[in-house]
Ligand binder design. Structure first.
Ligand code: PLP
Length: 478
């Protein structure tokens, strides 16, 4: 079935039929008697999807217990001392950083590593016989090894440095995609994807006359596994899958979905941008063919990221950009290319960024990772309970096991206005479409507020958010 947005079958909430014309919000009740949230009244032209009746999350509920003393000695206060930005003020109030989904703060170890490279360690890498070139090269290649360790591969040659997740997906689409996709081939893309794991596939699909097929969402934000099984077939060449949604917080069953895709000979690219900072990742256990993440979402600087690819895939991929560093020999008659990963890394890389990434990954490796993950899980449970006490708050996405990405609407308010009011109180959140328009559209939305947690957030941060939201709600109601 083709829907008016052109996506075809099943982009919206699975099992939800469209409302009769004029019955959807804004301005009318939802089918099933759910009142139209006033917060949605600003939506011009009405939503493209509607939700079946949702559990009423506006009923005040007792917050979950605060995180208990964390097991394994995860000391959030000690971690907080390492992040200088947590100790500044914004608008005269102590900063409460709840915009970790957009970017994470940097520990001083990362700041120092970048400063050291720029101040006294500057050199290009992989060329030049001098001492500083060798030292910079060592830092650079150790950064690669740290990334390999983080992702659970033994082979640092499977780690390609890129600018970030966006560039990683574009690399795979432009190199692997151009070589492997043909007319009528299908790329399954989950409806929860960030635009950076959709648009690059649209670009190459158009060029190769391949077809994008969305994997739909269930009402709580999980991916519809029945629909996924139905979509898989002999034409499926690639599955593009988030490891943690940046708008719903959903963590799909990537290993199971990858195993299914492999039965059809399809490759799987996993977008780990929101996953890597929250829980340990093992690409070998996942059997992912490609895995991408951005340094800046895991406590490293912007402008550096990682693409993991299975060696045999990377080796078969043609270069996607040409230039220095990626060649073996060059003449006007014939050019041959360096082995992977360098073949896919044309030009001078972001050396200071890799120095920062190495420091960030070492910092993380120095923490008790399972304890940090456990702490974040407890804090997320606490935050979900606390948000449920805010009158008129509607949570978007409550899949079991979700990460601390808390997207919501507040009845009678505009998301951008809510973010602005929170900012006045020193609380940083994001509002808008979160570069995941199809995911929001599946919930009938174009915009929402998002508070997103990291391992350095606390119960006090959550309490500050909830108190501020209660104030905003009371002011808008009064
Ligand atoms: N994928 C997800 C899930 C994201 O949250 C983001 C950024 O918000 C991206 C991809 C894109 O990352 P970048 O802009 O660093 O390339």
């Amino acid at each position: 079935m083709t829907t008016p947005d052109g996506f075809g079958r099943g982009t919206g909430i699975a099992g939800a039929a469209r409302p009769p014309a004029g019955a959807g919000y804004p301005g009318g009740p939802l089918p099933g008697g759910v009142p139209v949230p006033e917060a949605l009244a600003h939506l011009a032209g009405g939503p493209r999807y509607w939700l079946p009746p949702q559990p009423d999350r506006t009923v005040p509920a007792a917050p979950a217990a605060p995180p208990a003393a964390p097991p394994g000695g995860f000391d959030v206060e000690a971690v907080r001392r390492d992040f200088p930005q947590l100790h500044r003020e914004v608008n005269g109030r102590p900063l409460v950083w709840l915009d970790n989904g957009a970017t994470t703060l940097k520990p001083r170890q990362v700041v120092e590593a970048v400063a050291e490279h720029c101040a006294t360690g500057t050199s290009n890498v992989h060329r030049g016989a001098h001492t500083l070139a060798k030292q910079a090269t060592q830092v650079y290649e150790e950064g690669r090894e740290e990334a390999a360790r983080l992702l659970g591969t033994q082979d640092a040659g499977e780690i390609v440095f890129v600018r970030g997740t966006t560039e990683a997906v574009n690399l795979v689409a432009q190199s692997w995609g151009r070589a492997n996709l043909g007319v009528g081939d299908e790329i399954l893309v989950s409806a929860a994807e960030h635009h950076s794991n959709l648009v690059p596939w649209q670009l190459i699909a158009k060029e190769r006359r391949a077809r994008i097929r969305p994997i739909p969402l269930l009402p709580d934000g999980q991916l519809d596994q029945d629909a996924y099984r139905d979509l898989l077939g002999s034409r499926t060449k690639l599955v593009a899958l988030t490891h943690a949604s940046n708008v719903l917080g959903t963590v799909p069953p990537v290993a199971e979905m990858t195993a299914l895709a492999h039965r059809y000979g399809a490759r799987v690219l996993v977008d780990g941008a929101q996953a890597v900072s929250h829980f340990p990742v093992d690409v070998t256990a996942l059997d992912a063919d490609f895995y991408a993440f951005s340094g800046h979402k895991i406590f490293a600087p912007t402008g550096i990221g990682v693409l993991f690819g299975k060696r045999e895939l990377l080796e078969a991929m043609p270069p996607w950009q040409g230039g220095g560093n990626m060649i073996d020999s060059v003449s006007f008659e014939e050019t041959s290319y360096a082995p992977v990963p360098h073949r896919l890394e044309a030009g001078t890389g972001h050396i200071a960024g890799v120095a920062g990434l190495r420091a960030a990954l070492r910092y993380l490796a120095g923490l008790d990772r399972p304890a940090a993950t456990g702490y974040e899980e407890q804090l997320t449970a606490y935050a979900l309970g606390a948000l449920a006490t805010v009158p008129g708050l509607r949570l978007v996405g409550d899949a079991p096991g979700k990460i601390g990405v808390l997207t919501f609407l507040l009845a009678g308010t505009d998301p951008m206005a809510v973010a602005g009011a929170l900012d006045q109180q020193g609380i940083a959140v994001r509002a808008g479409h979160h570069c995941a328009q199809p995911a929001l559209a599946a919930f009938g939305l174009r915009s929402a507020v998002r508070a997103s947690l990291a391992l350095y957030n606390t119960v006090q941060d959550v309490d500050a958010l909830v108190a501020a939201l209660q104030g905003i709600q009371a002011a808008s109601a009064g």
